[in-house]
Design a protein around this ligand. Structure first.
Ligand SMILES: *Cc1c(COP(=O)(O)O)cnc(C)c1O
Length: 394
């Protein structure tokens, strides 16, 4: 999965362009920057890749989620339906918007299910934040149709899914806004960075302003710019964007290797009795960052995870994982947060320690995901397959 496995001269050259000009800021300094506009260029490349009309880079995937919520007008008191299986950043962003995360059931896509979303809708539902986990997709056609029918804003957290698509349409382009992360372990990395895409010009303009203190970015004198809205600083630096430019050019190659490695392991473990696979609404659009599969029950999944770890091919068993499944989010259960956040929004929040999601538990307690690496040699891959088949044969 991680682009950091294939750093090379391409990244160094892009970064050196920036260092040689001495302009690390993405705005202004037109005369000094030797024609380097790394952030702007990476935004154009993101539009080309995804087919979105606009892209806006920012400091992280988490800030991309923040910006998307703000730009789509989601704020205090609004309910945002989201998934119990995601990285904690998803609910953090909702809470920091002053909104209320409402956790709904997932299905065997490992993402929110259309039925789960429908059951969680209330008169206060303003948005759905659908997360395309582990490089593949939710039933995004059905979810888009549902949100359109109900007049609910759809925001896609595609932080783990760059390069993935559903029936030829890039993930992140189904909703009003889509978000990517370019942190150090994502498929494409900037070191730190994120991006929001949209085909709604108003959402784009708001995102552009909100992420830079409200600057309207009209003209080339920052001191004379107007500030139509109150914003914040979620800017990316030219250095980070430079790394991302070189990385994004390698995305095609990254996805090809991932899919090849993933399919080799998948074909081998298909023969193991009792193993079934994550539902992929469009297998051709999967980016191949993980191979996710199910054991028949929770006990055999725990045994399999233990066997895999002992064989040296350890895989995340998300159900017990501290960061990706709601059962271990004790800080959320207790709403342990900095005073400012807690004080402003604590009233009206549900008791997160009481959430019950039996369907999600039933699915996640049986699920294991193997992370697919780019750097495996043929020999390493063959050994991994052999060890994996043995560890899963219970
Ligand atoms: C990584 C990730 C984020 C946050 O991205 P950062 O760039 O680390 O802030 C958000 N959502 C998901 C699903 C992620 O995997």
């Amino acid at each position: 999965m991680p682009g950091f496995e294939i750093f090379g001269d391409e990244e160094r050259k892009e970064v050196n362009d920036v260092l040689e000009s001495g302009v690390l800021f993405r705005y202004g300094f037109d005369a000094k920057r030797n024609g380097n506009w790394k952030a702007k260029e990476l935004e154009e490349e993101l539009c080309k890749l995804t087919g979105a009309s606009h892209a806006h880079l920012c400091s992280s995937g988490t800030s991309a989620l923040n910006i998307a919520l703000a730009a789509c007008g989601v704020g205090a008191g609004d309910e945002v339906i989201t998934t119990p299986f995601t990285f904690v950043a998803t609910f953090e962003a909702i809470l920091f918007a002053g909104a209320i995360p409402v956790f709904a059931e997932i299905d065997e896509t490992l993402c929110l299910s259309p039925e789960g979303i429908e059951a969680a809708i209330t008169p206060r539902t303003k948005a759905v934040m659908c997360v395309h986990m582990c490089g593949s997709m939710a039933k995004i056609d059905q979810i888009t149709a549902l949100c359109n029918k109900k007049g609910i804003v759809l925001i896609e957290d595609a932080c783990q899914a760059i390069g993935a698509s559903f029936k030829g349409k890039h993930l992140g382009t189904f909703g009003k806004a889509g978000c990517f992360s370019f942190d150090s372990v994502k498929t494409v990395t900037c070191g730190e960075g994120g991006g929001m895409i949209t085909s709604d010009r108003d959402v784009y303009l708001k995102a552009d302003q909100y992420s830079d203190h409200g600057h309207d970015h009209i003209g080339n004198d920052r001191g004379l710019e107007d500030h139509p809205i109150i914003g914040y600083n979620f800017r990316i630096s030219e250095l980070n964007a430079a790394v991302g430019k070189a990385q994004l050019r390698k995305l095609g190659q990254i996805i090809e290797i991932q899919k090849k490695n993933k399919n080799a392991i998948k074909d081998a473990i298909k023969t193991v009795p009792g193993i079934t696979f994550r539902e992929l609404p469009d297998e051709a659009g999967d980016s191949g960052t993980f191979l996710s599969f199910f054991l028949p029950d929770a006990e055999s999944a725990r045994t399999a995870a233990k066997n895999l770890a002992e064989a040296g091919v350890g895989c995340p068993y998300w159900f017990n994982n501290n960061w990706h499944y709601f059962r271990q989010w004790h800080h959320l259960h207790g709403m342990k947060s900095a005073a400012a956040v807690q004080g402003s929004i604590a009233q009206g929040l549900p008791d997160f320690s009481k959430i019950e999601l039996p369907e999600s538990d039933r699915i996640m307690s049986r699920a294991i995901s193997m992370q697919i690496m780019l750097s495996w040699t043929k020999e390493e891959l063959d050994q991994r397959i052999e060890k994996t088949v043995a560890a899963l044969t219970l």
